[in-house]
Write a protein that binds this ligand. Structure first.
Ligand SMILES: Nc1ncnc2c1ncn2[C@@H]1O[C@H](COP(=O)(O)OP(=O)(O)OP(=O)(O)O)[C@@H](O)[C@H]1O
Ligand SMILES: [Mg+2]
Length: 235
């Protein structure tokens, strides 16, 4: 569904990504694991087009989308939940969700999407009028994911959804991600530093270090590869 070939990107004079290539297969969860500063967020942002790739190609459903602006990519069915749980704290849960319906396609489907989202996120359905800023960290993460689903994506990129959450909440957020993925038939590209949970939910994993892909394989292969674990995962 998504294919990245020799992607290069950076900021000002500083190159961050050095010809990275990866595939996210339709209907699967694919993950990109790596430590702080490896270039994970840069990969997602250049894939969506919020930063401009320096080189390489990005294909979405077989079409070359490398230079398309991000709003076009969102219209085509791509979306990104950025790092850091950005909710509008003074707006209610319902208002936050509806903020996601900004595209033409999304606004047409707004009512139907809201019902679907409430089914997938019962915790949000219970408190539509609550100010988002007063939700717990896990609930805010659910809310940012829910909001991104209002664009009715086919391809969802998630940037460190487990960041800063207590272990129990990490489990809840990931269960929801898996449910959303299977119920909506989504293709997911997940960026994480949490190795254990990633190897549990992803089918295929890429390991990014200092802007290059150092290893890749099915989660089972990576789990059982002592070399990879010792060299890159610290487990
Ligand atoms: N807006 C920016 N301007 C300049 N340099 C940046 C910018 N954003 C990131 N960088 C640098 O690019 C490199 C890769 O950053 P990136 O955010 O992609 O890493 P990451 O793998 O997502 O890390 P983390 O796990 O901490 O989120 C780092 O050296 C970072 O300092
Ligand atoms: Mg990041």
């Amino acid at each position: 569904m998504l294919k990245i070939v020799n992607l290069e990107a950076g900021y000002g004079p500083m190159q961050v990504l050095w010809k990275i290539s990866l595939n996210a297969e339709e209907g699967n969860v694919t993950a990109l694991l790596g430590p702080n500063g490896a270039g994970k967020s840069t990969t997602l942002m250049s894939t969506l087009g919020s930063i401009k790739p320096w080189g390489g190609e990005i294909y979405f459903e077989g079409k070359d989308v490398t230079t398309l602006p991000s709003h076009k990519k969102v219209e085509m069915g791509m979306t990104l939940v950025p790092e850091g749980r950005h909710v509008f704290p003074n707006l209610t849960v319902r208002e936050n969700i509806l903020m996601g319906a900004y595209t033409k396609r999304a606004s047409k489907l707004m009512k139907e999407s809201l019902d679907l989202i409430y089914t997938l996120f019962p915790i949000l359905k219970e408190r539509p009028g609550q100010k988002a800023g007063t939700l717990s960290g896990g609930q805010q993460q659910m809310l940012t994911i829910a909001r991104s689903l209002m664009t009715r994506p086919k391809f969802l990129m998630l940037d460190e959804p487990s960041q800063g959450l207590a272990p129990k909440l990490v489990g809840e957020v990931f269960e929801t991600i898996q449910k959303v993925q299977s119920d909506m038939g989504l293709t997911v590209l997940l960026v994480e530093q949490n190795v254990d949970i990633t190897l549990e939910v992803a089918k295929y994993v890429y390991i990014l270090h200092e802007g290059t892909i150092k290893a890749e394989g099915t989660s089972d292969t990576i789990k059982h590869s002592e070399d990879v674990r010792v060299a890159y995962l610290g487990i």
